[in-house]
Ligand binder design. Structure first.
Ligand SMILES: [Zn+2]
Length: 252
């Protein structure tokens, strides 16, 4: 057995046994791990209120051949503003679900940790939910190497000029009008048109920091177009349904 101190965000949990829980944690130096929290469901337990999904915690863990066990836990940040708003909570849970599906088990990453905690902090402080959610999706795709090259036609490889119509199909394939006309399949599955401005926004967000995101001003229409496009990329990459997205859409 060895003892490890780390800071992590609780990205999910599930019950087992009579009083215990498996806690899904992402820590910059351990990556995504599952840890056993014994007695976490006892009302008077020492973890009560600490090991809640969304909390950033200082943790002491024991590592044995059977895995991790939480031995101590103290909340560092609880995102209370997010918890107090039903809409922000739904968005935060959606972000955590995407994060949890894309982050690899035990892959250490300060960058990923900063992305999820920075996005949640932005959401809490500025409440420009659409922009923060969109920026998060662009960045996590970019970090995973799954953000398509949006600077050129995916079929003929020609770089876009401002005069081009940029088309996108359900599979996330990007193509020019000429290539669309040549392929019936592309034409039939065309899903959205990417404007020059949306393309620039995606490119900018892929490398921007939280402060820069805060300063972006875009219209409702641009935000909606941007969301359609980035969700096509995300769904194609993840190839699975997001439970919290369905719930959120149903609620709206
Ligand atoms: Zn083309």
């Amino acid at each position: 057995m060895r003892s490890i101190q780390t800071t992590g965000i609780i990205i999910g949990k599930r019950s087992f046994g009579e009083h215990d829980q498996f806690v899904n944690i992402f820590s910059p130096d351990l990556g995504k791990i599952d840890a056993v929290a014994k007695g976490a469901r006892k009302i008077t337990g020492s973890f009560t209120g600490h090991l809640e999904t969304l909390n950033i915690c200082k943790l002491q863990l024991h590592k044995s051949s059977r895995g991790y066990t939480v031995t101590e836990c103290r909340i560092e940040h609880g995102f209370n503003k997010i918890r107090n708003s039903l809409e922000l909570s739904m968005i935060a849970f959606l972000l955590l679900e995407i994060f949890s599906k894309i982050a690899q088990t035990q892959e250490q990453s300060v960058e990923l940790f900063n992305l999820i905690t920075g996005t949640l902090t932005g959401l809490e402080e500025n409440q420009n939910a659409d922009l923060y959610t969109g920026a998060f999706k662009v960045k996590i795709l970019n970090m995973s190497g799954a953000l398509p090259d949006i600077s050129r036609c995916g079929s003929c490889n020609r770089r876009w000029t401002e005069a081009d119509h940029i088309n996108l199909n359900n599979e996330g394939h990007i193509f020019c009008d000429g290539c669309g006309n040549q392929s019936t399949e592309n034409r039939l599955t065309q899903k959205a048109a990417i404007t020059w401005n949306t393309m620039k926004l995606i490119h900018f967000l892929s490398s921007s920091n939280q402060k820069q995101i805060q300063k972006i001003k875009i219209s409702k229409k641009e935000t909606a177009d941007f969301k359609i496009i980035i969700d096509i990329f995300l769904h194609n990459y993840m190839a699975c349904e997001l439970k919290s997205e369905k719930i959120y859409a149903g609620m709206k």
